[in-house]
Design a protein around this ligand. Structure first.
Ligand code: FES
Length: 65
């Protein structure tokens, strides 16, 4: 499911970012360019949802054995 239509970012993209260590709001805004010109910024206003998805990804990154 898309979490940002302007940038074409999906939930799995955000989880993957979380696995790579991008879990803070400022990190996610920067990584995905959420407040660049031409983007509506709606998803940046709901950044807590992206942070939650990234945290899910980060928590699954330590499952490897
Ligand atoms: S929906 Fe993400 S910038 Fe518009």
């Amino acid at each position: 499911m898309y979490v940002c239509l302007c940038r074409g970012i999906t939930e799995s993209d955000v989880r993957e970012a979380g696995r790579a260590g991008f879990v803070m709001p400022c990190q996610l805004r920067s990584k995905f360019g959420l407040k660049q010109n031409g983007n509506c910024g709606r998803c940046a206003k709901n950044i807590h949802e992206l942070v939650a998805l990234a945290a899910q990804g980060a928590s699954t990154s330590t499952v490897e054995r």
